[in-house]
Structure formats: structure tokens, C-alpha cells
Design a protein around this ligand. Structure first.
Ligand SMILES: Nc1nc2c(c(=O)[nH]1)N[C@H]1C(S)=C(S)[C@@H](COP(=O)(O)OP(=O)(O)OC[C@H]3O[C@@H](n4cnc5c(=O)[nH]c(N)nc54)[C@H](O)[C@@H]3O)O[C@H]1N2
Ligand SMILES: Nc1nc2c(c(=O)[nH]1)N[C@H]1C(S)=C(S)[C@@H](COP(=O)(O)OP(=O)(O)OC[C@H]3O[C@@H](n4cnc5c(=O)[nH]c(N)nc54)[C@H](O)[C@@H]3O)O[C@H]1N2
Ligand code: SF4
Ligand SMILES: [Mo]
Length: 711
């Protein structure tokens, strides 16, 4: 991209954010995805001692600026729903909190005495607040002294995170405010369907298109997002890496490489240029199914844009080569001169409510707070000092999420699992196998709001408070730290995850150091993160409230925060971004005679993740009552399938059933299933647990299947 001086892009704050947000009710944020839409909640007493919840969108939060999706509008039902857990259960029987916590502590002590500290494992979630994620990591390392902790974010954006660290030295998924999108002239979005997964996100893309900007979407399906695009690259699942190599090959050949930017701001370009020689466009067309003319058009739109963005979603990332795939898209962005240029860039569109913050403060197997590496001696010394322990006592790195689940109950693996904020029986790859591993545990403890499929298998279930019943910080997809305020009183009988950790730590000999007050935990997190990559030390609850969020890194209370961290340089030792040569490889499991179709999986608007929350909300169940199998009319005809009949999808790992949805929007060699349903309707009975060698991300987005009619 030529380096010319440009008018300033859209201001960081959206229209309306200068005004005091003055609606009725408590200003807080949505329980679900990483957009963390701002909302106001008011509760009024209704007949029968019930509460009536009303939700209105806030217009002072730029990400949603007055919008919400159907899940946000109906989120109040999470608070009033009869499915709510309100008492601890020990082996299915109601118990007091003291009895439940005493029992867990006693079992932990016995299991660790017999098998050692690593016999107890912890699994967290990217939906947990920063405070919970931080305290969970500390609890594992200090109270349990176990290395065995990881979380569901490994299934989410770990590939993009690994690639960003490799290229930029830092993983802030979207290193610019979301409102910058509106000022772009071209956006390439590989494998994201925000029209269903983050509907208010579409406003930013629409604003761009209204200004004349162009949207290019790469997806095997003509999704609602792809329909609004100027160009749809309908690639074969699992071929994004080849596509990105082909696009870069064309960009260089057609003269769009920004030589000045490459010379001034990057290293390693020559090795990448050389590695591309074999990726001529016709070869890429054969692998991806995307016509050469479309690839050329995509490159032209990006290359001639004054400001351009490359975005990736889970479609491109959730592969056994996800890290290299994202690296290839970053290489493309770097060659065009985008990252760290005002109004342009590369971003990973993070998914879970606290997907960004949840990956920064120590619930990852290899990590300490502030996005520090657990095997870095200086990081260990800093965090050990904050925690008041000897650095030698801190365990080293543990197993990644799937490897941890796969080891449960095996001779060398953990015998006990404490689970907070995830439902892996539905959401983990090769879920049938994961269920077997969980079945071999001596102790399973699940903290949840509802009796999720995984909680239903637990020895001890702990009923937890949720979003609007407790305060805490969430870091949205932009890296903006937000305050999710308590808006209603929790039902009696439930406790916060912080209180659970505090109660267990006390029983395990740590009466201090595990406060249950979120603000006290956040103040400690600030100190622990100080000097780290994700430095929160200058962020306070008061500042967040006054400024509608603060972007990290923010190293001092008088520091303004960092909306665009790469403008002056990248977080690498020499300040330059790194090109990394990568090569395409086929999916871990390719199609063959027995399993002749690709299966890919993803989301629908009305349901969230494993569905534990949304499958209990009336209007959402009405909108999307059951699992389905999307297939092309040609394929349907070949199989003799009519729309609406029941289908069985079979892979080498299991079977899953759904209703046939016949649609010309999908490739004829591919079927699609959403993964929100459990049991026989669970897409993860089919998925392949092949892992990316760097990020340890499983291959959720492609495996080989056959489709049968259920007679
Ligand atoms: N309604 C709803 N919204 C959500 C969530 C939810 O569960 N429900 N979850 C949240 C979370 S945690 C996340 S991570 C985000 C995910 O947000 P997205 O990444 O937008 O969601 P997905 O549906 O998983 O995948 C996006 C698209 O990838 C396509 N795809 C499949 N295989 C491939 C491939 O090989 N290459 C390419 N290029 N595309 C492919 C699918 O067809 C799909 O349309 O959504 C967040 N928002
Ligand atoms: N086939 C396939 N599988 C996938 C994906 C895919 O695209 N395809 N996507 C993957 C991705 S990106 C993700 S993020 C995962 C997510 O999958 P999961 O990790 O299963 O996520 P959720 O369904 O959100 O589970 C959260 C659970 O925690 C509970 N909960 C919510 N808030 C709290 C809290 O504050 N405290 C406690 N204790 N509990 C709470 C909820 O009720 C719910 O039971 O799924 C992955 N699985
Ligand atoms: S887009 Fe995400 S954050 Fe916004 S209302 Fe919907 S689920 Fe909630
Ligand atoms: Mo996710």
C-alpha cells in the first residue's frame, strides 16, 4: 500500500459516547460474546416474588452503539429462569456450602497425597471475568501447586494468538478500535460470520460499505455475512493457508507489495517471497476451488485501497494448521503495509465474552499474569513476589486443553478436575472420547449456573453467580477493559467463583491471598500484570466507568491507554514485524471413499456455544429448536434426501443426527453442522482432535464424514 498522508480515521469513541449515558437501570455488559455490547438492566418486582428484568442497549459503548442481538435482548431470562442452580450438590444430593467445600478439599488432599500435586487439574473459560481468570491461575499454582491448568480459549483463538505473537511480539486480537473499520476502503474477512456471531459488528462493516469500501469474505458457505460482501471466495474447508499464499503471490507479482513499509517496518520478507514461488494462482485454484480471477480481484481491492484490513475468524483458525494459516494472512497484510498503519491492520476477531482478557492473566497452561511466560525466570520472580511465594515453588507449564482432557483418569494423568465456565462434554472435539476420560476421574467438580451436560456428570456441583449478579472486568475484542457491574441481587444459595476459590484455598491452608471481592482481586491483578505485555496497572474501576473502557497496555494511572499499540513500532525486540515463511498442507483427515464429504461446524445466531445457557431460553429455542445438517441440493439429490428429514452424519469418531437443511449456499462437497446441541445431536461426536503443533488448537473446522438417511 503506498505511504501517503491520510486524513485521520474515525475517532476512537463512537458518536454518542461524549454524552453521559443516562438511561434507566444499571449500566453493564452482555453475558455472551466478545463484542461485550453495553446494556442497561433494570429489575422490578413482579407478582409471586419474581423479578421482571428489562434490558436496553447503551449507546455509549462503540462496539454496539445502541444495538444488541437477539441473545442480548433475551439475556434477562438467564436471571429469572427456573433452570438456575441454587444449592450445591454432592453426588446429586443437596448439600450445604460448608459440607460441599469441606468434601472437595478433603478429596483434593487425599488425591494429591497419593499421586502428587499434578493429579488435580483445573479447567477455566474465556467467559470468566479477568478477576476470576487471574484468581483461578493463582489458585492452581499457589493453593494446588499444580501445573495442570488450561481453558477453553485454547479451542477459540489460540492459533491467532500464537501467530500474532510470532509476527508482532504481542497478541492484542484487534490492535485498533473497532470503529476504525468504518473508515477502511477494503476488508478481507477469512472465516468469520459476524452477521450471526456478533450482529452489531455488521454496523461497522456497513458503515464502511456505505462510504464505498469493499468487503471480501472467504467462507465455504454463502453466509449472511458473505451475502453482504462484494466478493465471496467460497473455498474448500481447510484450504485458507493455500488461499493466503496465493493472494500474496499475486500481490507481489502485480506490484502491490509496499516496499518502503517492508524495508522500514519488517524483517524476513525475502524468505517469504522465495517460499511463494511454488504457489502460482492456478495451483491455488485447484486446491481451494477459488477461481484465479476472484483471487486477483480480491488482491486488487486490497492493494489499491488507501486503508485496508485483514481479519480472521474461527473458520480460518480452528485447524491443525491454524497458526500457519493466520501467519500467512499476516504475511499478506504485512506485504501490503497494513499492520501498525493508521486506519489499516490485521485483527483476529476474538469470540468469547472475555476471550481477550481470559488469555492474559494466567489460566493458560504456559502463562503467568500480564501475558507473561511461565518458563521465563524474570516473569516467575515478579509474579512470585506479588503472590508472596518462592519462585522455585511455582510449577512449570502444563498440558494444553485437549491434551489435558485426553489425559484425565489415565495412569499418568490428573485424577481430579475442577471446572469453571466451560461445558466440554458438548464443546470439546471428539466429545465421545472426552466423556470417557471424564468418566474415569476420581473427582469432578463443576461450578456453573445451570446443570450443564458436564455438570450433570460431576461429583460436586457448585451453583455460581453470573454476570449481572456480580461485578468484574471484561476485556472486549478490541482490548478495551470494561466494567461489568452488578445489576441485580443473586438468588440466595449461590456464590461467586471468587468465593469458591477463596473458600477452597482457605481449606487447603491458604487463608490469605484469595479475596472474594472483585475489586481487591483486580488491584492485585494490576500489580501482577505491571511491566508485562498486557499491563493493566494503570486501569481502575473508576477510570473504566468514566472513560467507557481503557485499552491495555496502560502502565500508569495517568497513562491514556493504548488503542493502537503498533503505530510507533511492534512489540518485538527490534520493533519490526516478522515475516515468517509457512507452507500449505492438507487437512489432518482428508476425504476418501468411505468418508467422502467435508464436515465443517460453527454457530447460529440464536445459540451460544455449548448451548448450556441459550437452550434454556424460550425465544431462542423457538428461533432455533434443533440441530441441523446443511447440504447442497445436488448432494441432497444424490443421496435422495428431502429437506426436513432426519440425517445421520458419520465420522471415524462417532455419529450425530440433525434435520436436513437443503441450501444452495454451501459447497456441494461439504456439510455444515452447528455445535450447540448435545447427545445425539452433538457435532463434536464427529470432530477431529488433531492439534496445531504450536497453538494446540483442534481441527474443529474440517474432518471427513458420510451422510446417511435415518430410515
Ligand atoms: N450466535 C453466536 N455468537 C457467538 C458465539 C456463539 O456460540 N453463538 N460464540 C462466540 C465465540 S466464542 C466465537 S469464537 C465467535 C466465532 O465467530 P465466527 O468465527 O464468526 O463463527 P463460526 O460460525 O465458528 O465460524 C465462522 C465461519 O467459518 C466458516 N468456515 C468453516 N470452515 C471454514 C474454513 O475452512 N475456512 C474458512 N475461511 N471458513 C470456514 C463457517 O462456514 C462459518 O460461517 O462467535 C462468538 N459469537
Ligand atoms: N465443533 C465445534 N466445537 C467448538 C467450536 C466450533 O466452532 N466447532 N468452537 C469452540 C470455541 S471457539 C469455544 S469458545 C468453545 C466454547 O465452548 P464451552 O467452553 O463449552 O463454552 P460455553 O458453552 O460458553 O460454556 C460455558 C459454561 O459455563 C457456564 N458459565 C457461564 N458464565 C459462568 C461463570 O461466570 N462462572 C461459571 N462457573 N460458569 C459460567 C455456562 O452456563 C456454561 O455451562 O467451543 C469450542 N467448540
Ligand atoms: S453481539 Fe454478543 S455481546 Fe452483543 S448482544 Fe449479541 S451476544 Fe451480546
Ligand atoms: Mo470461541
Amino acid at each position: 500500500m503506498p505511504m501517503t498522508s491520510l486524513p485521520a480515521p474515525e475517532p476512537v469513541k463512537a458518536p454518542g459516547s461524549g454524552r453521559a449515558d443516562s438511561g434507566a437501570g444499571t449500566a453493564t455488559h452482555c453475558p455472551y460474546c466478545a463484542l461485550q455490547c453495553g446494556m442497561r438492566i433494570s429489575a422490578t418486582a413482579a407478582p409471586g416474588g419474581r423479578q421482571e428484568i428489562s434490558i436496553t442497549p447503551r449507546d455509549d459503548i462503540p462496539a454496539n452503539a445502541g444495538g444488541l442481538c437477539q441473545k442480548g435482548w433475551t439475556a434477562g431470562e438467564l436471571l429469572t429462569n427456573g433452570a438456575r442452580l441454587t444449592t450445591p450438590l454432592v453426588h446429586g444430593e443437596p448439600a450445604t456450602w460448608d459440607d460441599a467445600l469441606d468434601y472437595i478439599a478433603e478429596r483434593i488432599r487425599r488425591i494429591q497425597a497419593e499421586h502428587g500435586p499434578d493429579a488435580v487439574a483445573v479447567f477455566g473459560g474465556g467467559g470468566l471475568t479477568n478477576e476470576k481468570a487471574y484468581l483461578l491461575g493463582k489458585f492452581a499454582r499457589v493453593a494446588l501447586r499444580t501445573s495442570q491448568i488450561d481453558y477453553n480459549g485454547r479451542f477459540c483463538m489460540s492459533s491467532a494468538a500464537a501467530a500474532s505473537i510470532r509476527a508482532f511480539g504481542m497478541d492484542r486480537g484487534m490492535p485498533f478500535p473497532i470503529t476504525d473499520l468504518a473508515a477502511a476502503d477494503a476488508v478481507l474477512f477469512a472465516g468469520g460470520n459476524v452477521a450471526e456471531t456478533m450482529p452489531p459488528f455488521v454496523r461497522h462493516l456497513n458503515a464502511m460499505r456505505e462510504r464505498g469500501g469493499r468487503l471480501i469474505v472467504a467462507d465455504p458457505r454463502l453466509t449472511a455475512t458473505a451475502k453482504s460482501a462484494d466478493l465471496h471466495l467460497q473455498l474448500t474447508p481447510g484450504t485458507d493457508l493455500a488461499l493466503a499464499l496465493g493472494l500474496l503471490h499475486i500481490a507481489i507479482a502485480d506490484g502491490y507489495a509496499d516496499e518502503d513499509y517492508i524495508a522500514a517496518r519488517t524483517t524476513g520478507f525475502e524468505a517469504v517471497r522465495t517460499s511463494l514461488a511454488a504457489w502460482w494462482p492456478e495451483r491455488v485454484e485447484r486446491i481451494t476451488g477459488v477461481p484465479v480471477a476472484q483471487m486477483r480481484e480480491a488482491v486488487r481491492l486490497l492493494g489499491t485501497a488507501r486503508r485496508a484490513m485483514v481479519l480472521t475468524g474461527r473458520g480460518a483458525e480452528q485447524h491443525a494448521k491454524g497458526t500457519d494459516t493466520v501467519t500467512a494472512f499476516i504475511n499478506l497484510a504485512l506485504a501490503l503495509g497494513l499492520p501498525g498503519t493508521e486506519g489499516s491492520g490485521y485483527a483476529c476477531v476474538t469470540g468469547q465474552g472475555n476471550g481477550q482478557g481470559g488469555r492474559e492473566h494466567g489460566q493458560k497452561a504456559d502463562q503467568l499474569p500480564g501475558y507473561r511466560k511461565i518458563d521465563d525466570p524474570a516473569a516467575r520472580a515478579h509474579v512470585a513476589a506479588v503472590w508472596g511465594v518462592d519462585p522455585e515453588e511455582l510449577p512449570g507449564p502444563g498440558r494444553s486443553a485437549y491434551e489435558l482432557l485426553d489425559a484425565l483418569g489415565t495412569p499418568a494423568g490428573p485424577k481430579a478436575l475442577l471446572l469453571f465456565g466451560s461445558n466440554p462434554l458438548v464443546s470439546a472435539p471428539r466429545a465421545g472420547h472426552v466423556a470417557e476420560r471424564i468418566g474415569d476421574l476420581e473427582l469432578l467438580v463443576v461450578s456453573d449456573l445451570v446443570l450443564s451436560e458436564t455438570a450433570a456428570r460431576a461429583d460436586v456441583v457448585l451453583p455460581s453467580t453470573q454476570w449481572a449478579e456480580e461485578s468484574g472486568t471484561m476485556t472486549n475484542l478490541e482490548g478495551r477493559v470494561l466494567l461489568r457491574r452488578r445489576a441485580v441481587a443473586p438468588p440466595s444459595g449461590v456464590r461467586s467463583d471468587l468465593a469458591v476459590l477463596s473458600g477452597l484455598a482457605g481449606r487447603l491452608g491458604h487463608p490469605d491471598g484469595f479475596p472474594d471481592d472483585p475489586r481487591a482481586v483486580f488491584d492485585e491483578l494490576r500489580r501482577a500484570s505491571a511491566g508485562g505485555v498486557a499491563d493493566y496497572s494503570g486501569i481502575t474501576y473508576e477510570r473504566i466507568a468514566a472513560e467507557t473502557g481503557v485499552f491495555w497496555p496502560c502502565p500508569a494511572e495517568d497513562h491514556p491507554g493504548t488503542p493502537r499499540p503498533f503505530l510507533d513500532g511492534f512489540a518485538t525486540p527490534d520493533g519490526r514485524a516478522r515475516f515468517v515463511p509457512v507452507d500449505h498442507r492438507p487437512a489432518a483427515e482428508d476425504i476418501d471413499e468411505d468418508y467422502p464429504l467435508y464436515l465443517t461446524t460453527g454457530r447460529v445466531l440464536a445459540h451460544y456455544q455449548s448451548g448450556a445457557q441459550t437452550r434454556r431460553i424460550g425465544p431462542l429455542v423457538q428461533a432455533a429448536p434443533e440441530a441441523y445438517v446443511e447440504l447442497h441440493p445436488d448432494l441432497a439429490e444424490r443421496l435422495g434426501v428431502t429437506a426436513g428429514e432426519r440425517l445421520r452424519v458419520v465420522s471415524r469418531r462417532g455419529t450425530a443426527e440433525g434435520v436436513a437443511r437443503v441450501s444452495g449456499a454451501i459447497r456441494a462437497d461439504t456439510v455444515f453442522m452447528p455445535f450447540h446441541w448435545a447427545g445425539r445431536a452433538s457435532a463434536n461426536q464427529l470432530t477431529n482432535a488433531a492439534l496445531d503443533p504450536t497453538s494446540r488448537m483442534p481441527e474443529f473446522k474440517v474432518c471427513a464424514v458420510r451422510v446417511e438417511r435415518v430410515a
